[in-house]
Design a binder for this molecule. Structure first.
Ligand SMILES: Cc1cc2nc3c(=O)[nH]c(=O)nc-3n(C[C@H](O)[C@H](O)[C@H](O)COP(=O)(O)OP(=O)(O)OC[C@H]3O[C@@H](n4cnc5c(N)ncnc54)[C@H](O)[C@@H]3O)c2cc1C
Length: 388
């Protein structure tokens, strides 16, 4: 008996997360036959649903600034374009400075960021206190304010993208784990899952923290190493805080702290542990709450009576320098890498989806290629992102 022939797609995307779902929408809207495969039972069950929702174009390098400016446009206008409320709030971002070295670094960046089209200013202490009146004024030097950044619900946004992707003709299969990449003479020909085989001349690895496991199915290794971060959410209170606050001072047990007040009133917060928790373990720790609450109270003393409702831990798909890895795999023709989003996959996802679609359609401009050079999987990892 003949083996049943494989269903043929133009593009198969592995991973229905922050990158894979917006990408499926763009590719399907461009008229391609797209299949997305995810091992979990629905979209966003990897790192996407762990994100706290920050969307900023405030970065230290041109590529992330340009891509995230595009993401901001898409997210800001989503409700008008498609009708879904994704709990977007344009509250801005503020990187606060309580140390001279942070003030110097932030001021130095602002000029470069303005030149790249970012609406951002460095405010002195008094001007910043007008924007964030509850910030602890003691030793405050000032901080950046980028009013067009904001936050949304990661899962609501992904669900909205998912519905539009389905409307545009994309197919998404859940509880279907990719266990093999099919190749012939160093060209991708499809994928094998725990249920079936599918054929496609282009396969996109958008498997987030699991990216290296997927690439290694084709004998290729990618520099994506998960480390985990913890986050939490409080009860809702009356709105008093507009921007996302970012404090980059390292303290015992932690590096960056960031938090905002969601449109629904809760304070939602996240901390970068130090040293990093490497690996796939996602069990919440008992150290997190004492460290994070001490730091938040130091920044906004008014938070002292608020009650924390829930904490969780999730994976950052980290790269050695904090920049994503996006581009064609040189070893296997037709295999595209869209991985290593670190702590910024929600804010990079929709913008990157447009860039990747143009590259796949061979309609990329010189500017697209220049931007994606920064994210080349084959770069030397010799610089570091300043605003990780
Ligand atoms: C606590 C925390 C807070 C964060 N806050 C923010 C924030 O404010 N803003 C922001 O932009 N980012 C934030 N992030 C980072 C963001 O969540 C990630 O960068 C982003 O989700 C990565 O997107 P991705 O599409 O690469 O991976 P994911 O969203 O994880 O998607 C990858 C998908 O691949 C699937 N997969 C893996 N292996 C297989 C397989 N073998 N077969 C089939 N499917 C497979 C997974 O199930 C998963 O659904 C935060 C992360 C954490 C942990």
């Amino acid at each position: 008996m003949n083996k049943p022939s494989k269903e043929i797609f133009d593009v198969i995307i592995i991973g229905a997360g922050s990158v894979g779902v917006p990408l499926s929408l763009n590719l399907a809207e461009a008229g391609l036959k797209v299949l997305v495969l995810d091992k979990e039972h629905s979209i966003g069950q990897g790192s996407n649903k762990k994100a706290i929702g920050g969307v900023r174009a405030t970065h230290s390098d041109p590529a992330k600034i340009k891509v995230c400016l595009r993401s901001l446009d898409i997210i800001r206008t989503w409700q008008k374009t498609y009708g879904d409320d994704i709990e977007w709030h344009q509250g801005g971002y503020s990187f606060v400075a309580y140390q001279q070295q942070d003030e110097n670094m932030l001021k130095d960046l602002v000029g470069k960021q303005n030149k790249l089209g970012l609406n951002i200013d460095y405010l002195d202490r008094n001007n910043l206190l007008e924007i964030v009146p509850d910030l602890n004024p003691q030793h405050l030097l000032g901080g950046t304010y980028s009013p067009e950044d904001g936050y949304c619900s990661p899962l609501l946004f992904l669900h909205a993208c998912y519905r539009q992707a389905i409307n545009a003709g994309a197919q998404l299969h859940f509880q279907e784990k990719v266990i093999g990449l099919l190749t012939s003479q160093k060209k991708i020909t499809g994928v094998r899952t725990d249920r079936a085989e599918y054929a496609a001349p282009i396969v996109v690895n958008a498997a987030g923290a699991w990216a290296n496991q997927i690439s290694s199915l084709a004998g290729v290794s990618v520099e994506v190493h998960p480390d985990s971060h913890e986050a939490g959410i409080t009860e809702p209170v009356k709105k008093f805080l507009e921007p996302m606050i970012v404090d980059i001072r390292p303290t015992d047990g932690a590096k960056n702290l960031y938090f905002c007040q969601h449109t629904t009133g809760q304070i939602i917060f996240c901390l970068t542990p130090s040293p990093a928790f490497k690996g796939f373990d996602q069990r919440a720790t008992s150290e997190f709450l004492p460290i994070v609450t001490r730091r938040m109270l130091d920044l906004i003393p008014k938070l002292r009576n608020i009650r924390v409702r829930r904490t969780w831990r999730g994976l950052y798909p980290m790269t050695p320098d904090g920049f994503p890895l996006v581009g064609w795999c040189q070893e296997i023709q037709g295999f595209f890498l869209a991985v290593g989003m670190c702590g910024q996959g929600l804010m990079l996802g929709p913008g990157l989806a447009e860039y990747i679609t143009r590259i796949i359609l061979e309609a990329g401009s010189k500017q697209d290629e220049d931007i994606l050079t920064y994210f080349s999987p084959y770069r030397d990892f010799d610089t570091q992102e300043k605003l990780k």
